[in-house]
Write a protein that binds this ligand. Structure first.
Ligand SMILES: Cc1cc2nc3c(=O)[nH]c(=O)nc-3n(C[C@H](O)[C@H](O)[C@H](O)COP(=O)(O)OP(=O)(O)OC[C@H]3O[C@@H](n4cnc5c(N)ncnc54)[C@H](O)[C@@H]3O)c2cc1C
Length: 491
């Protein structure tokens, strides 16, 4: 049941807000996480390169540099506790020109200052042996064995679910419209679902963190969206790559990366171009050409034959090009977790630690809870298990035997569990993030209508009310050839 008053309200359910919620759920506190969209992880957290960076790239004098390496180390334990798909496959920054080698040395030095372990410069033979399809012009590379790949939205969801298990409340479709203050102290928030009182507010609103900060008069945060475009490939592709491969970085970007995903797709991208709108997620011919040409430089055999989708994400870049994690100077109890561009995913637990430290400095008592639930139960993942294992599940419950998504082998039971989970999936994309239904080669062409019907049945709504993601993204307008049954009729 909802309370009238909370100790802490967190604004935004991306990786930053979910990590803060997870961290605070370890203490005797009443915590409320508010997210304006129908699911967690619908912002930048769902559209990025999904790398847990080792930490050699960020400036040691910036918050980014200090928090990346710390987060990288913490994540290795968290993914085990929370059953998040993660693989520590290591990364290579690849030099192909003579001048590149000095950049590799600089990165090595920066990495050492940031405390990154295991870094070394490897030669052409090492690289070709470990990445047989790479461009033969390669000269040397910086090898970072501690880098890894993760499913970013599941990382956020897992932390949010574990926070809920430990008493945090999550309210979706609840947009913070204003922050109440009295005598320069936080008093609560105004939302589209009513008012909630709290002594502390953590602003983790991603691209909108500058606008939430302005609600208490903090003007210094200035977010400019910087777009990154991508191609993603099917599992069945011409060749595998084994590590995360970066070109030599530029001043503002790590360049076009080629990386496997944890689910064995190939991901190439991103571009790095400032755009005017915080909602501009359109892909462009120019951007996608840049991505493909960049990736082909690394892997000359690469074609677009097996690419199955393009997408874009927006970096929430503050003008300082650093994270802005600090207490507001003018209002007591307001903490900004803003400007969280890359490596935000890699730094998330360290960002949460810092936010908790700042809250404590502002007077919040962090008294450890007894009997914290540390583990999250691993959901069934039909896409990655053998037929024998699938058959065993189906023995247990026959809905595991009904495959809804053929490309990724997702069963009816997994979809129903997602819809009825601790943070229920209410949209088609929320089901996709939790189960992979629709993430395969046909991109939901076959399973989309069935997933829509299952959501409608489970939530007791009409198929015409089922959304893809956010408001006004309804998938069907009226009944099509009887596929959606009588509930699909338009009124
Ligand atoms: C192209 C690209 C590549 C990247 N690659 C990597 C990578 O490989 N590794 C890495 O470590 N990092 C990477 N990043 C960075 C990483 O994705 C981000 O740092 C991270 O996802 C930011 O998370 P967040 O929670 O701060 O923001 P978001 O995920 O955007 O979450 C903010 C949330 O706040 C909600 N919100 C906003 N306003 C309100 C309001 N008024 N009321 C309620 N809710 C509100 C939004 O709906 C959203 O869900 C990349 C980013 C991009 C764009």
């Amino acid at each position: 049941m909802s309370k009238n008053k909370y100790d802490v309200i967190i604004v935004g359910g991306g990786i930053s807000g979910c990590a803060v919620a997870w961290k605070l759920s370890r203490y005797n506190l009443d915590v409320l996480l508010l997210e304006k969209d129908p699911d967690v992880a619908t912002g930048t957290t769902k559209a990025n390169t999904a790398i847990i960076h080792a930490g050699y790239n960020a400036d040691p004098n910036k918050q980014k540099g200090r928090l990346n390496t710390k987060g990288n180390v913490q994540i290795k334990d968290i993914v085990k506790d929370l059953s998040v798909p993660f693989e520590e496959i290591g990364s290579l920054v690849v030099g192909m020109e003579g001048d590149d080698l000095s950049v590799l040395d600089e990165l090595l030095e920066k990495g050492k200052k940031n405390g990154v372990e295991g870094l070394e410069i490897v030669d052409r033979e090492w690289i070709i042996e470990n990445e047989p399809h790479i461009n033969r012009d390669v000269k040397a590379a910086l090898w970072a064995p501690t880098a890894g790949i993760i499913t970013p939205w599941e990382f956020a969801l897992a932390m949010a679910e574990n926070a809920v298990a430990n008493g945090v409340e999550v309210k979706l479709e609840t947009e913070v419209l204003d922050v109440y203050t009295e005598a320069d102290k936080v008093k609560g928030v105004k939302t589209n679902q009513g008012d909630f009182a709290a002594d502390y507010v953590v602003n983790a609103a991603g691209l909108y963190a500058d606008e939430v900060a302005k609600m208490v008069g903090v003007e210094k945060i200035d977010i400019h969206p910087r777009k990154g475009e991508y191609y993603i490939y099917d599992h069945a592709k011409d060749f595998e790559i084994n590590h995360v491969l970066f070109p030599i970085p530029t001043k503002i970007s790590k360049g076009i990366v080629c990386t496997p995903t944890v689910e064995h797709n190939l991901l190439i991208g991103p571009t790095s171009d400032f755009v005017d709108s915080k909602e501009d997620l359109a892909t462009t011919t120019e951007g996608l050409n840049k991505v493909f040409n960049g990736a082909q430089k690394m892997f000359p055999e690469l074609t677009l034959k097996d690419s199955i989708r393009v997408f874009a994400g927006l970096r929430a870049a503050d003008t300082t090009e650093d994270f802005v994690i600090e207490a507001a100077e003018n209002v007591h109890g307001f903490i900004n977790v803003a400007g969280i561009q890359s490596p935000g995913l890699s730094s998330a637990p360290a960002i949460a630690d810092l936010a908790a430290e700042l809250l404590s400095e502002q007077g919040l008592e962090l008294k450890e809870k007894k009997n914290v639930i540390e583990k999250r139960e691993e959901p069934a993942r039909f896409y990655e298990i053998s037929n024998e294992e699938r058959a065993a599940y189906a023995e247990e419950d026959k809905e595991y035997g009904q495959i809804i998504c053929r490309c990724e082998t997702v069963s009816l039971k997994e979809i129903k569990d997602a819809i009825n989970g601790p943070i229920p999936a209410r949209t088609v994309n929320a089901v996709k993030r939790r189960t992979r239904a629709g993430a395969g080669r046909c991109q939901g062409g076959f399973c989309g209508p069935r997933v829509t019907q299952i959501i409608a049945d489970e939530l007791g709504i009409k198929p015409t009310e089922v959304r893809l993601e956010k408001d006004n993204s309804n998938i069907v307008e009226h009944k099509i050839k009887g596929l959606l049954g009588s509930q699909g009729d338009a009124e």
